[in-house]
Design a protein around this ligand. Structure first.
Ligand code: GLU
Length: 433
């Protein structure tokens, strides 16, 4: 058999696909460029990673409660499907853009390959502040969006899940809408569903549990004792809240938490279960006692050993990276550290555990949920957590080894592992037609 042509002709990329294009997609392209020298023969396929396979922009018109019609812009991007169907969440946020969704879909490709679940990468979003919608409006918007992207999603094509501002109820509406259009109940079309609709035990906590699991592994490797360690968390939802709780249970002190409502501090450690209850009740950390109110910007100066950014992209930047006191940064959010900040932290000897491995626990249990839906046989929570921990530890160990072998950051190491897997599948499948 003859090997495929070693050089693929490259046509100039449109400006919004280029690496100097500011924003998450440009950052992602820089990350790919960094690992290309480590990909050996597979580098001939790297162009595949620099363009999303498929990107859909949809108009989402809905009746508002006041009788008028509003239009929202929605997206679903399938970055890569070499290793399996597209997989990744859907976010509802007023700042969502196509470029952001493209980057998030690409990071899903990397993440899914890094933990070796049989998926490609995808992501979706609607440019909307869901807090401005009534429950009825939210449901109508979710259903219309699902129907519009229905031409490219499906249990063997692309499987959405929760992300920023989306939850189990939204997944239930998505599942129902898709099923109605198909004429058959199709639970495997989304993950992160309510337990009674084919959801998985442990899914809600999975991302935070994964953050804790690999965070503890990383801490051990750098001789950082969890017991007594001071932890600062940005974002106290599903990811930051659960991770904070697990670190506190392991004997760490969660000393500072910041979210969209404010920042709080307590040197002796915050009462994490009480704080979680407060956030569930009031929508944020503001007003929690006992704790000191912290100026939002001062959050990055807080003396701590472990920092967990678990909110949105672009939080750790050139402006604050030099002030961070932690020895270990665990990225619960997707893309929280800019490349410049990454370099500053690296030079200062701060270990960054990147998103593409640190927050992969969510999609790992999404994979378990999808497998359970196909077999209509459901596992216990202990089984799920044990399998999750095993997947995360193995993925971490492989990445750590590559980082040691090549003397590169954990982010570059994760990209090397993942890009090799994706491009190896690409190579085996060959080019159609
Ligand atoms: N939204 C989550 C992520 O960014 C989970 C995606 C999924 O479960 O498909 O990893």
């Amino acid at each position: 058999m003859t090997a495929p042509s070693p050089v693929l002709p490259v046509h100039a990329l449109p400006s919004y696909l280029q690496a100097d294009h500011l924003g998450p997609w440009g950052i992602y392209l820089q990350q790919v460029d960094r690992v290309t020298p480590y990909l050996g023969n597979l580098a001939r396929w790297v162009e595949t990673l620099k363009r999303p396979k498929r990107a859909l922009i949809v108009d989402v018109p809905i009746h508002l409660d006041n009788g008028t019609v509003a239009h929202f812009e929605g997206y679903r991007v399938q970055h890569n499907t070499s290793r399996g169907p597209g997989k990744g969440g859907v976010r509802f946020h007023q700042d969502v853009t196509l470029s952001e969704v493209m980057a998030l879909s690409a990071w899903m490709s990397i993440k899914n390959a890094a933990v070796n679940v049989p998926y490609g990468g995808a992501k979706g979003g609607i440019r909307v502040d869901p807090k401005t919608l009534s429950r009825g409006e939210l449901e109508r918007m979710t259903r219309r969006y699902t129907s519009e992207i229905g031409i490219i999603i499906g249990p063997t094509k692309d499987i959405p899940a929760p992300d920023v501002n989306t939850n189990e109820q939204i997944m239930a509406w998505m599942m129902d809408t898709y099923s109605m259009n198909e004429g058959a109940t199709s639970t495997g079309v989304v993950t992160g569903k309510p337990i009674d609709l084919g959801g998985s035990l442990g899914r809600r906590e999975a991302t935070g549990r994964g953050v804790y699991t690999v965070g503890a592994e990383a801490a051990r490797r750098i001789g950082l004792e969890i017991k007594g360690a001071r932890v600062a968390v940005q974002g106290f939802g599903n990811v930051g809240g659960v991770a904070g709780k697990l670190f506190a249970e392991a004997g760490a002190r969660v000393v500072a938490v910041q979210d969209h409502t404010g920042a709080i501090y307590r040197e002796a450690g915050l009462d994490v279960p009480a704080l979680m209850a407060h956030v569930a009740e009031t929508g944020g950390v503001a007003g929690f006692a006992p704790a000191e109110v912290l100026d939002k910007n001062k959050f990055w100066d807080v003396p701590c050993d472990i920092l967990i950014p678990a909110a949105l992209e672009g939080q750790i930047t050139e402006a604050n990276a030099g002030r961070i006191t932690a020895r270990l940064v665990i990225e619960g959010a997707n893309g929280p550290t800019t490349p410049q900040a990454d370099d500053i932290l690296h030079d200062r000897g701060v270990l960054v555990l990147p998103d593409v491995i640190a927050n992969a626990g969510g999609v790992t249990v999404s994979y378990f949920e999808w497998v359970q839906d196909f077999s209509s046989f459901f596992w216990t929570e202990d089984e799920i957590n044990a399998r999750l921990v095993k997947v995360m530890r193995e993925a971490f160990a492989a990445v750590w080894q590559v980082a040691e072998d090549h003397k590169v950051s954990l982010r570059t190491a994760t990209f090397i592992v993942a890009c090799k897997r994706i491009l190896h599948s690409r190579d085996l499948r060959g080019l159609y037609p």
